[in-house]
Design a protein around this ligand. Structure first.
Ligand SMILES: Nc1nc2c(ncn2[C@@H]2O[C@H](COP(=O)(O)OP(=O)(O)OP(=O)(O)O)[C@@H](O)[C@H]2O)c(=O)[nH]1
Ligand SMILES: [Mg+2]
Length: 251
């Protein structure tokens, strides 16, 4: 059984080397795919140097410019399915997600989950070093999503996840429209609507120590309005689509 850890990057030169080495050192033989959006700080060059040491386990897709987290993941999911991975993970480069938790997400999927989510809001609020305002926005946003969609996921914007490949195969990835936090919500909503089993595990989320945030007001607004749109659309468009991937190449 093959597992792929996908990490989208934009200007993560201070984090990426330590992250790649850490993930590759976990004793489950994980493969990694970095999707870099032409980071001006040279993140991709660091990945390519590391790739020389780990050619069979580390892969990179380089895109021309900052095209957003959502399409980075969609591109990576298609590549993962074409390359027959069984478990496909999402994780940030900045150590907000503790790589040691990957095996817990993995085990949840080995034990029957179709999607396992590393969740900040299972037992209270497990966020370290975020300003109180940001915690409040994120926490209230998760409540808002639950009320509007009816989906009982405690951390709908979470970006630390493991999908079984069949879960992703069942989704028409070309129909996923949102980019930032909205993308994370839209994926969970789609998985939930398709009737898959979602399991949330408590994790501690720590604010990035190195590098800069890409959070923006636009991403927030998209999520706010997009969620209502998702719910509305779900009343009219049936959720049964099969994904047929096109070829995507990585190095
Ligand atoms: N390929 C790609 N990666 C991105 C893009 N925007 C963000 N990322 C990466 O996606 C992950 C999550 O982004 P973050 O900037 O950490 O977002 P956040 O955790 O909400 O905010 P901060 O941690 O405060 O920066 C990180 O690995 C980023 O480098 C993008 O447009 N393209
Ligand atoms: Mg972050």
């Amino acid at each position: 059984m093959k597992s792929l850890i996908i990490i989208p990057t934009y200007n993560e030169k201070d984090n990426i080397e330590r992250m790649v080495r850490k993930v590759l050192s976990i004793d489950r033989g994980y493969h990694m795919l970095i999707v870099d959006d032409g980071s001006p700080d040279g993140t991709a060059a660091i990945v390519k140097r590391l790739k020389a040491e780990n050619d069979d386990r580390l892969f990179i897709i380089e895109r021309e410019g900052k095209l957003g987290l959502g399409t980075a993941y969609i591109t990576a999911f298609k590549w993962a399915l074409e390359n027959h991975y069984d478990f496909i993970f999402e994780m940030d480069a900045d150590f907000s997600h503790n790589p040691d938790d990957l095996v817990r997400l993995h085990d949840a999927c080995l034990n029957g989950a179709d999607l396992a989510i590393g969740s900040r809001y299972i037992k209270g609020i497990n966020v370290v070093n975020w300003p109180i305002g940001r915690i409040l926005i994120s926490y209230l946003a998760s409540k808002y999503v639950r009320v509007v969609t009816g989906m009982r996921v405690m951390d709908p914007t979470a970006g630390f996840k493991c999908y079984k490949s069949n879960t992703l195969r069942a989704i028409n990835l070309d129909k996923i429209k949102m980019a930032g936090y909205g993308f994370q919500i839209e994926m969970k909503f789609t998985v939930w609507k398709l009737g898959f089993k979602i399991v949330e595990l408590p994790i501690v989320f720590t604010d990035r120590k190195l590098g800069v945030s890409k959070m923006s007001g636009g991403i927030f607004n998209e999520a706010l309005w997009g969620v209502a749109g998702l719910k509305l659309k779900s009343w009219f468009v049936p959720f049964k689509t099969i994904h047929r991937p096109k070829e995507i190449s990585a190095n």
